[in-house]
Design a protein around this ligand. Sequence first.
Ligand code: GLA
Length: 725
Amino acid sequence: MAILFQEDKRIFTLQTKQTTYQMKVDDYGFLLHLYYGKKVSGNMDYLLTYYDRGFSGNPYDVGNDRTYSMDALPQEYPTMGTGDYRNCALIIRNHDESECCDLRYVSHEIKQGKYGLPGLPAVHAKEKEAQTLIITLEDCASKVQVRLLYGVLEEEDIITRSAQIVNLGTGKIVVEKAASACLDFVNGEYDLVSFYGRHAMERNFQRTAIAHASQMIGSRRGTSSHQYNPAVIVAGQSATEESGSCYGMVFVYSGNFMCEAERDQYEQTRVIMGLHCDLFHYPLEPQETFTVPETILCYSSEGFGGLSVKYHRCIREHICRGRYSNNSRPVLVNSWEAAYFQFNGETILQLARDAAELGIDMVVMDDGWFGKREDDNSGLGDWQVNESKLGCSLGELIRKVNDTGVRFGIWIEPEMVSEDSNLYREHPDWAMQVPGRKSVRGRNQLVLDFSREEVRRQIFDEICGVLDQGNIEYIKWDMNRSMADIFSSTNFQGKVAYDFVLGVYDFLEKLMEKYPNILIEGCSGGGGRFDAGMMYYTPQIWCSDNTDALDRLRIQYGTSFFYPMSVIGAHVSAVPNHQTGRNISLHTRGIVAMTGAFGYELSLNKLSVEEKAQIKAQIRQYKEYENLICRGEYYRLSNPFRDAYAAWAHVSEGKDRALVHVVMLENHGNMTVNYVRLRGLLPDVVYEEVESKKRYYGCALMEAGIPMPVELGEYHAYELEFKMI
Ligand code: GLA
């Protein structure tokens, strides 16, 4: 049993293989947090302390006991208006306009299997792999109930949290702020690790002390964003890549989010993950329910590396779905950096012929095949094939591509509309715009109101009309701007940002149902919506619009903290690189792009004979290693923001095989030698390096490392494969 309830003490214990999570309903009915971390035995309620604290409020029913204050006690779901002045998980505006919510225990339920969330992505598991705990709390004055949902995946060391707010009162209420998880620590010093960035430079690692301040990261852009990823690590201050306490919080949502971290007046730490409270005022009529997207919690005492291995498994096995979630992906060539908007049917066909010669499985026709779309200023929303541009019907083009032995994929951007489009001319009110104001444009396009069912339905039907024209086996689903004018002509404004995201999920769910064999790759100007929510529908996401191998090393490094290699779309592109102008060898570009769902993004007909031979070899090699790369354990062996080299390893589950990739980042006169230390091997076993046939003990490779060559030139890449003897 992963979930235990001790009746006499009213203590809930969630046990996983290596972690314990404990909470307690106290004498007043408050749900207090007791412990989360490395597995422990016994009751942890001895950790609670009570002192008279000035200016910290005391609930009325504790009488004269001034030592009892919500301002100091660790809680599961802190709310506004209880005398707790720290950041809270929930703010409700009641029917009488007050903002108090005093939640007390009503009941609980323990069930086999993992709960699901209506209309939202969530961790899924087989019945026997998970258990669910539902704790119902109620504010007795307003009759607002909160159902706290906990999913426990014992073997995976995963605990999920979500919350449902139910209005059982007689008047309308408004949910003003809602989080799904709160972590309260009564002691310890912690850092917040977050991943910030910008378009074409996503997920840079940032580590800051959680100080006496409220630190917040989040997004108000309508999507999870390039700027901050909705996933953080609360790390003990001595935690490193290889050791120390690390708590992960991954939000399974693709829209506005907020993570707040604070060290309080009593040196306690609180971290909250949930929906952003700006642009959000969700009304609930009597009997209505609001569901907060899920947060996936995980703890590792083995540093960032240990945490990453657990999240990779969880997202690969328990978030991604569909035929491709755990299966081999096509190696594809995408037309974007090969031709941008300047292509016709023949260009695509030629790309397919060249792909066939090189062993590439699929050609993807990117932006520019529909409506009037010669650049990015028009045509979005008109999902009709531009046959005069292609020079044939889509069906004919696909047949010809398939005849070369190559599969066919296509790009779409369903959530958008160009003002210069038939769709906009017919339905200007379908775009999100505030009446009486000029819109904020992004890439010269507007966002369709996907909170409206009729809007989604028409776009869905049109896109199906395209998909039904031939043997389309892949879709790249793009989203190329941040939202600004959050407004709907038919919806309550405070709901729009959330309902939009649920509209996107609804569309994707229907698409998956109708086309279960199509692989959908997510994209938002590269990695602007690279989150666990999207991964529920799109088991692969284009990691970044930056294909420069050096920058990608850093972007993929940051991405690897939570997300498995199988979801990271990575392509070899041309040099000089289109985003940076940098020249990096084809060998190194290949090694960097192989850390994920591999492909190409360049004109194949401009390649030399030698380059073609190299690409053929790369594809053979990728196919040989794909299982190890995408489904093995991944270890970061350096920090490319700090070290002179970038190095990482893919280790098989049985630890009998390891693939190590190294890219040198610096070269100086009389260059010093770099030693790469491996991880994840068995210490007392001998491994042979396949090419040199040299043999090493696992412990030697992990403790002392292996010297890398000193060579002239920049960005040399090395590949070492180790096999257990
Ligand atoms: C976005 C994507 C690119 C490409 C273009 C097409 O920027 O990230 O890969 O598809 O759109 O307009």
